[in-house]
Ligand binder design. Structure first.
Ligand code: B1M
Length: 210
């Protein structure tokens, strides 16, 4: 409706308070968190992405839009992450070296929490040593890697090769995702599965861990 379109505009304009307010109103109308996320926030960011690609928006504007999206996500987080279930496993997740995109990864982390996983988020721009160190420290069941750039996604193979070299590849389920990643790529780099979106990531992690 009108409010959702207004939220797309507010996200586009980087208006964090307005996006947060719109999120609150939709929740107040009884929308579930998934629907607010998909129809208001993710769709709004998709529109930003198109104009970014076409050179209508630039990095500073898109950063503001990302900030506004995060304001909405912060309100959805407790709803998406709430779970009655006992912990089903542990996940270490991070964005690969050279890549600072974190919205998709953050969403995946929230959905994994909602599916009952304990999630250790190691942030952005992780080199292979950082991933290996996190695996050793936290001993998760699953490693999740995110990449949003065609230039950074090959780094997933560097990380997996480093795991093989260290002799620990088989100790973990490796899931990969991000806009440029696909099934074929995930097979080529030696991951266990490609996850198209956050919901699929949560389902896949559950399926492979149990
Ligand atoms: Co960037 N950027 N960006 N950017 N940016 C893209 C990715 C781009 C497609 C835009 C475009 O041209 N249309 C393009 C990449 C082109 C390419 O590689 N082919 C691009 C570019 C070029 C760049 C810069 C190089 C621009 C520049 O500096 N000239 C630069 C690179 C910086 C760097 O990383 N070194 C850059 C910078 C930025 C900002 C900092 C301004 C900002 C990021 C802010 C932030 O994340 N904190 C930004 C943004 C916001 C985008 C777009 C517009 C939106 C990304 C996003 O958050 N989407 C993006 C355009 C687009 O994707 N259409 C774009 C929403 C999010 C919910 O979706 O991240 O796909 P997504 O995550 C999904 C799935 O992919 C999946 O689940 C998520 C939820 O369902 N998933 C996983 C993601 N990770 C997963 C991990 C898993 C599983 C599933 O593990 C198990």
């Amino acid at each position: 409706g009108e409010l959702v379109e207004q939220m797309h505009d507010d996200l586009y304009d980087g208006l964090a308070d307005e996006v947060a307010e719109g999120t609150r109103i939709l929740l107040g109308r009884g929308w579930d968190a998934q629907r607010v996320l998909a129809e208001a926030l993710v769709e709004g960011m998709r529109i930003v992405g198109v104009d970014f690609r076409d050179g209508i928006l630039f990095v500073p504007e898109v950063l503001l839009a990302a900030n506004a999206m995060k304001a909405g996500m912060a309100l959805l987080r407790p709803l998406l992450a709430e779970t009655g279930a006992p912990p089903v496993g542990k996940v270490v997740i991070g964005t690969v070296k050279g890549d600072i995109h974190d919205i998709g990864k953050n969403l995946v982390a929230m959905m994994l929490e909602g599916a009952g996983f304990e999630v250790v988020d190691i942030g952005i721009n992780n080199d292979a040593a950082a991933y290996l160190e996190a695996l050793e420290t936290h001993r998760p069941d699953v490693l999740g890697m995110s990449a949003l750039l065609t230039t950074t996604m090959p780094y997933m193979k560097v990380v997996i090769d480093a795991m093989v070299e260290r002799g620990v590849r088989e100790d973990y389920i490796v899931l990969v995702g991000g806009a440029p990643v696909n099934e074929e790529f995930s097979v080529a780099v030696g991951a266990d599965a490609y996850c198209r979106d956050a919901a699929v990531a949560a389902e896949t992690a559950q399926r492979l861990v149990l």
